[in-house]
Design a protein around this ligand. Structure first.
Ligand code: VG1
Ligand code: CO
Length: 543
């Protein structure tokens, strides 16, 4: 086994975005691309020497090859041990759990999450810190800085490590420990939820369908829902992870998981249905005849979490990303909990969770989680819903209706414009930023703008400041419009427009979101000139 020092030079554009570095798979497969970034991770964390790391990914195309490269580079840089999920697989929440459980120095997750996979699609690499959470900005800034000055990297010349069976292997002086990717995570879930109650529910004729979308949650959902909780065989659909996710977008929303939505809206609908994304950290919740928006789901979970044993003592506080609807704030107010507002991306919840300021948090993009790990967690949200359904004995639709009657409804939708020319998108944001000061007081239909600003976040735990986190417009009746450019895309720019309106009239709680938001949607275009700037007539995706 020879230790190689390979000469390289900086490659442009290796700046991690909202969640790690995401690029076209072919870019990652290009000469030195992955290696440069991995060596920069070692530099960014103060070297790999003596460290114990976790490694796994969502199984997308190139996951297996990238894992072997990273193992050889870890060994060459003196890491003591790498704990790898069997087959180089780990869901993002399971990786977060393993990093914490084994008290490691962090881990590398190979995933581009909900982005499609394959040689012509997307790949990604993310570093998580010893608390199990995505690296905060000071760490990603150091990693990025290292990519800009790199001159060489170290790698061991060796055969592939056998990752197919659990056990230990030596790779030079380093130990590679291959572990069952599912067992520890499933055990953790048993400590949080009343599995007996959920088992009872599922035995009583209550039917569930879980769509793993040919992605990583297949084996997790099969073990937990079918094997441990007794859901009928076949309750988990698309359960085998595929390198290209069966050609689909593993994004659990009504567009990309349409077959599941059609199922719950049809005659033979199950009582409860859910889906997760490529790396298992997102969730979509459905009941018979009903889609629960992620923002509403977060609020319902916050209002009912005490019904699950792991949260029986109540919550210490809650948090949501800024564009997430303020349905959560209403629950927090009623329960006298502090509700923190953070920038988009799970890394901003880490400090609040570590400090014990919050127990539960979430994002409008179908991410919900708690202090059990430091990532959002798709199956966790599904199990918390099932626990609540078992405890309350009501349907999803009834629980949601009751919630709206109690707290009011925050009608909500996100409109995405994908693959917009990056300069045009930036031009729209610049023009809007320039006129923010003039907006307060202006009227749009029956609403008047109460405030307009660019969101910046001061972390209450470590005092760090994150600027430029979205343009935010608030109306006098509580409605909001937020404009943001995505930090996870790989082609051009994705413009996200987040729309929200508050309704407390009991007669108007069951309308269609797009209709209820029609005035806000019109105002969003009038204020920012979306159509003029992007050249688009309509969004590509509405969630
Ligand atoms: C998107 C979502 C954000 C989420 C991020 C990572 O980011 O909006 O809420 O945290 O994806 O999720 P952006 O910058 O594209 O809006 V995942 O499941 O892709 O790791
Ligand atoms: Co994800």
């Amino acid at each position: 086994m020879e230790l190689l020092k390979i000469t390289t030079q900086p490659i442009e554009g290796q700046k991690p975005g909202t969640s790690g570095l995401r690029k076209k798979t072919r870019t990652f497969m290009g000469p030195h691309y992955l290696e440069n970034f991995v060596q920069a991770i070692w530099t960014g964390i103060g070297g790999a020497t003596g460290k114990t790391l976790v490694l796994g990914g969502d199984g997308r195309y190139f996951n297996d090859r990238a894992a072997q490269v990273i193992l050889r580079m870890a060994a060459a840089s003196g890491a003591a041990r790498v704990i790898v999920g069997q087959g180089a697989l780990l869901s993002t929440p399971a990786a977060s759990h393993l990093i914490r459980q084994r008290k490691t120095d962090g881990g590398i997750i190979l995933s581009a999450s909900h982005n499609p996979g394959g040689p012509d699609e997307d790949f990604g690499v993310k570093f998580n810190t010893p608390n199990g959470g995505p690296a905060p900005e000071d760490v990603t800034n150091r990693i990025f800085a290292a990519t800009e000055t790199i001159e060489s990297y170290h790698i061991l010349e060796s055969q592939d490590v056998d990752l197919a069976t659990p056990g230990e292997h030596a790779l030079g002086p380093m130990t590679v420990e291959v572990v069952d990717p599912v067992a520890d995570y499933a055990d953790l879930m048993e400590t949080l939820f009343d599995f007996n109650a959920i088992r009872g529910l599922l035995n009583s004729g209550f039917r569930v369908t879980f769509d793993a979308m040919h992605a990583i949650t297949g084996p997790y959902a099969t073990e937990i829902l079918q094997n441990r909780l007794g859901a009928a065989p076949g309750s988990v659909m698309n359960a085998t992870p595929l390198p290209d996710f069966g050609g689909g977008h593993p994004d659990p929303n009504p567009i990309w998981a349409k077959p599941l939505v059609d199922l719950v809206m049809g005659d033979d609908a199950p009582d409860f249905a859910a889906a997760s994304d490529g790396d298992g950290d997102r969730n979509m919740i459905l009941g018979r005849g009903i889609y629960v928006t992620p923002s509403d789901s977060l609020a319902v979970l916050a209002a009912n979490a005490h019904l699950a044993p792991g949260y029986a003592k109540g919550l210490t506080g809650v948090a949501r990303s800024m564009p997430t609807s303020r349905a959560l704030d209403r629950v927090a107010e009623a329960k006298r909990l502090t509700c923190y507002e953070t920038p988009t991306g799970w890394k901003f919840f880490g400090n609040l969770l570590d400090a014990g300021h919050i127990t539960l948090c979430g994002e409008e993009s179908a991410g919900t989680g708690s202090d059990h790990v430091r990532e959002k967690d798709g199956l966790w949200a599904v199990l918390l819903w099932l626990n609540i359904l078992a405890a309350r004995g009501e349907s999803v639709a009834d629980i949601l209706t009751d919630h709206w009657n109690t707290y009011g409804r925050n009608y909500y939708s996100r409109h995405d414009y994908d693959g917009v020319d990056a300069d045009r998108a930036a031009g729209m944001m610049d023009a809007l930023r320039a006129k923010l000061g003039d907006l307060p007081g202006q009227s749009f239909g029956s609403r008047k703008i109460a405030g307009a600003d660019e969101f910046a976040y001061d972390d209450p735990v470590d005092g760090s400041r994150a600027e430029g986190q979205g343009l935010r417009i608030t109306f006098d009746d509580g409605a909001r419009i937020i404009y943001r450019l995505s930090g996870t895309g790989t082609v051009g720019a994705t413009l996200r427009v987040y729309l929200e309106a508050v309704e407390t009239d009991p007669a108007k709680l069951h309308g269609d979101a797009q209709e209820a938001l029609a005035d806000v949607i019109r105002a969003a275009d009038e204020i920012a000139g979306i159509k003029t700037h992007t050249g688009r007539d309509a969004p590509d995706v509405m969630t």
